[in-house]
Design a protein around this ligand. Structure first.
Ligand code: NBP
Length: 478
């Protein structure tokens, strides 16, 4: 076996197969392997003509077919399968080889694996890949972690197969160990929030205007030529205009209203809680999916709970549509602002030094949240790399302020008319919370000191204090 392949892919289900084809189409010699040989054979039979593939039945032959330092991309089911493949690879690799996990690993697993492989002189590159099977084939957004040294030889190959926007690759070095998978996780969390916000906008238009799915689809189509231009808005317009062949009804109307999830939203929210970052948009989106799937609770609620809401009559259709558009944009800015806050907090916590502007740049193409709007985020972090709050960047402050009256009208009317808008309304509550000069948290601190002697700090002098609530109510410095 000549060691001539420049990169190898093990795990040839939809994602791995398409990544391998993408490498080959870019002129790389690609070693390919799968636990069961049938998938390798089918790749060679169906796409072998697309480039230079080196198929192997055994892991040993696969590794032997790779030029050194070897670059092995693992694209298997995340979790135990990844560990099984790593265990199989380890005895076959040599110092300086690079193992890339391009699956959707949970970032603590990546930190653990990186440490273990580094101890054996190997580079472990936990890499986020977004864009689904289409992206894997034609250009995904790629978020590689690991050592900078590994990026020097691996980076150019990944950049070559990534999506390009204005000639710039949607791939860059993210940071050490778990940084790449972390950023991919937050990307998915933001995707949850974005999808929920779009779904709420659709529901508002449906309930406020009594519009059909096709009519709302047209509105989304128009929105896609403005600030909201994005993959998710584009596919929403498409889905809403799709007609179910079996019934002739709007497709969206025949789909069961219970949203599922694979778990990255949950991971994002769990981490937000761990780091104390209020990612309310992502959390509401994740809980909204959970609520939709809470069938017994929904049946009990639908049977017993009154609405006490008015009949929604929208007087000016165009003005309402514009209000919803502005509210959607403002809520979306909040969701992204929170997600980038989470990246900053994790970067500080784990010592990753992630460049947030660069993350927005590599999400502009290839991935599910690709959007025109991401250019604005990159520009904001170019103005100030340490920006504490994306919302407070001059561009976003102006853009959100412009839509603020509309945002308030939409959220309040939704509440008055009994339409649930958890992400719209929690985003507005976050906006009002983060801009408040003074919050009722003061009262919470007082309560905590009252029942638990948890102490408090004062506005007028430094120090930590406790009041003797059950005694003479004197104050002591703790
Ligand atoms: P799957 O997640 O469905 O995994 C199937 C692959 O894992 C097959 O190649 C299978 O081999 C292999 N595998 C399993 Br299962 N257990 C194994 C083990 N113990 N040892 C060796 N191989 C094992 O494939 P996918 O949908 O292509 O996704 C691959 C990765 O990419 C996942 O981590 C996924 O989360 C991530 N991802 C997916 C998408 C997407 O849109 N689908 C997007 C981004 C990232 P076999 O053929 O022998 O059973």
């Amino acid at each position: 076996m000549t060691a001539r392949a420049q990169i190898g892919v093990t795990g040839l289900a939809v994602m791995g197969r398409n990544l391998a084809r993408n490498f080959a189409r870019h002129g790389y010699t690609v070693a390919v392997h799968n636990r069961s040989y049938a998938k390798t054979q089918s790749l060679i039979d169906e796409a072998g003509h697309e480039g230079d593939f080196v198929p192997s039945e055994s892991m040993a032959d696969f590794v032997a077919s790779l030029a050194r330092p070897r670059k092995v991309v693992i694209m298997v089911k995340a979790g135990a399968a990844t560990d099984a493949v790593i265990d199989e690879l380890l005895p076959l690799l040599e110092t300086g080889d690079i193992v890339v996990d391009a699956g959707n690993a949970h970032f603590p697993d990546t930190i653990r694996r990186e440490e273990a492989l580094a101890a054996r002189g190997l580079h472990f590159v936990g890499t986020g890949v977004s864009g689904g099977e289409e992206g894997a084939l034609n250009g995904p957004s790629i978020m590689p972690g690991g050592t900078r040294e590994s990026y020097e030889s691996l980076g150019p190959i990944l950049e070559a197969i990534s999506a390009k926007v204005d000639g710039t690759p949607c791939c860059t070095y993210v940071g050490p160990n778990g940084a790449g998978h972390f950023v991919k996780m937050v990307h998915n969390g933001i995707e949850y929030a974005d999808m929920q916000l779009i779904a709420e906008a659709y529901d508002l238009l449906k309930q406020g205007l009594g519009a059909s799915a096709a009519e709302i689809g047209e509105i989304f189509s128009e929105w896609n030529s403005g600030d909201l231009e994005s993959f998710l808005i584009e596919i929403t317009a498409d889905v809403l205009q799709h007609v179910d062949a079996a019934t002739g009804q709007a497709f969206v109307d025949i789909v069961l209203d219970q949203a599922e999830q694979k778990g990255t939203g949950r991971w994002t929210v769990q981490n937000g809680l761990d780091l104390g970052v209020p990612i309310t948009g992502i959390a509401e989106a994740t809980f909204a999916r959970a609520l939709s799937g809470s069938v017994p609770q929904r049946e009990a609620g639908a049977a017993a709970l009154p609405a006490a809401a008015g009949t929604w009559e929208v007087a000016d259709r165009d003005a309402f549509v514009e209000d919803v558009r502005l509210a959607l944009y403002a809520s979306k800015v909040v969701a992204y602002s929170q997600g980038f806050d989470q990246i900053a907090a994790a970067s500080a916590e784990y010592g990753w030094d992630v460049d947030r502007g660069a993350m927005a740049r590599i999400w502009r193409g290839g991935c599910i949240i690709r959007a025109r709007f991401l250019n604005r985020i990159t520009e904001a972090y170019e103005r100030d790399a340490a920006l504490p709050l994306l919302l407070a960047d001059e561009y976003f402050t102006g853009a959100v302020a412009n839509g603020l009256p509309a945002w308030r009208r939409v959220v309040s009317r939704a509440a008055l008319n009994g339409v649930p808008t958890p992400a719209f309304s929690s985003s507005l509550a976050y906006y009002d919370g983060v801009r408040a000069q003074r919050l009722p948290a003061a009262l919470i601190q007082a309560q905590r000191d009252f029942f638990g002697a948890h102490t408090y700090r004062r506005t007028d002098r430094d120090g930590v204090f406790h009041t003797e609530w059950s005694g003479d109510r004197t104050e002591q410095e703790a």
